[in-house]
Design a protein around this ligand. Structure first.
Ligand SMILES: [Cu+2]
Length: 397
């Protein structure tokens, strides 16, 4: 007979299978109270149903980065190597049906995590919590499930991009998602998020069009895009712009993808100048079905609440040509306080045409009136965990 020892303050319970089942359910429901029992007994599967074994595996590092130059706030980042950690972290890419194993190494000093802690009894660690794809309790990235990593330690997380089941109608996981810490500071990872532990995830279906480059725009508190405002949100070098979290650059005709995420406590509206997209899973609508096409709104502005994410692909400069195209929150006081950056679209030869007599339409980009801007480097490293394809530029690089 299996004996379940009740917690000290609970009244004694009757023994037997019914009690065992009740406790098992309570374990799931109550969280921390039953975690040790659940995890130690192997009650929770370590991989989602459908994921027999990981198709790929990769290493992820959580590190401390230099403090924010204007606020002196602690900054943390994820990286595929400690040297390339950034905020947002590396853009993750999966294909439906794929199972990915990520080993997270926590290289953030314990003293730093202690500074960020809002409750002295809260454990110190970092985690990886993901939206959209499938994971079990052991990859939830929460304190109560024990799925976090102490400083100097590592832990495996398994994500499964479940495909659509056309027989049951169960949806697939293709879409634009994000991942983040859920432990730093308190039970909801609020300090981890506000310090930089977040990144974008795109799950594609077989046959989806691939972008030439992908940018992640995380709209957050303090009127921030990727935790920056104003000039800090756009640091593109006028002569040699390097694509990255603070330099959105593309050539005319390139297929540019955005992953847009809301964090923090504020509502925002994402607006991109000169370009619009279909409000679908991909931002695109294929085929010639007029009824279908007409039923899908075409938008250039989208509301974004905390935790929301969406994405789309555009053809850079489509019908509008090169230019410094603004990207900003359309809540006016947010944009006025610096919640704005620029998508710099160069011509086919990688140059920014001289401005007209009307002057530049952007504020924080390369030096106004500068004649030429050279091409961004072609491609870049393959997105985190992505099957290799040419030309993709992960935002975390
Ligand atoms: Cu806003």
């Amino acid at each position: 007979m299996i004996e379940i020892r009740p917690e000290p303050k609970r009244p004694p319970r009757t023994s037997g299978l019914r009690t065992l089942l009740a406790l098992a359910v309570a374990t799931i429901t109550l969280g921390s109270a039953g975690t040790a029992l659940a995890v130690q007994s192997g009650f929770f599967a370590d991989k989602p149903e459908g994921c027999v074994a990981p198709d790929r595996s990769l290493q992820m590092y959580a590190v401390e980065l230099p403090k924010d130059p204007s606020t002196n706030q602690i900054r943390l980042g994820y990286g595929l190597t400690p040297q390339t950690a950034s905020y947002p972290g590396p853009t993750m890419e999966m294909i439906e049906g794929e199972c990915l194993e990520i080993t997270l190494h926590n290289q953030v000093p314990e003293a730093t995590l202690a500074q960020l802690r809002t409750d002295p009894n809260h454990p110190l660690g970092v985690s990886l919590h993901v939206h959209g794809v499938k994971y079990t309790q052991t990859s939830d990235g929460t304190v109560h499930s024990g799925s976090y990593v102490a400083s100097g330690q590592s832990r495996k997380y398994t994500w499964y991009a479940k495909p659509r089941n056309s027989k049951t109608g169960s949806p697939g996981t293709a879409g634009y998602w994000w991942y983040h810490d859920h432990v730093v500071g308190g039970a909801h990872g609020t300090q981890g998020l506000s310090s930089g532990l977040f990144g974008g995830l795109v799950v594609r279906r077989q046959g989806d069009p691939r972008p030439d480059r992908t940018y992640v725009s995380v709209f957050g508190d303090r009127q921030s895009i990727n935790l920056r405002r104003g000039a800090e949100a756009d640091t593109c070098d006028a002569v040699n712009p390097q694509p990255g979290p603070t330099c959105l650059v593309a050539k005319v005709g390139e297929r540019v993808e955005f992953i847009v995420v809301g964090i923090g406590n504020d509502m925002h509206t994402f607006h991109l100048h000169g370009h619009a997209w279909a409000d679908t899973r991909t931002g695109l609508v294929a085929g010639d079905n007029k009824a279908l096409i007409d039923s899908i709104p075409v938008i250039d502005n989208k509301t974004l609440g905390p935790g929301d994410s969406f994405g789309f692909q555009i053809v850079a400069g489509d019908a509008v040509g090169p230019g410094h195209w603004m990207l900003h929150c359309h809540m006016q006081f947010h944009s006025d306080l610096g919640m704005a950056t620029t998508l710099h679209i160069l011509d086919e030869s990688g140059q920014m045409p001289p401005h007209t007599a009307h002057g530049p339409a952007q504020v924080n980009g390369p030096a106004a009136g500068s004649g030429a801007t050279s091409a961004p480097p072609a491609g870049g490293s393959t997105a985190a965990g992505a099957p290799a394809h040419a030309g993709h530029q992960p935002a975390g690089s």
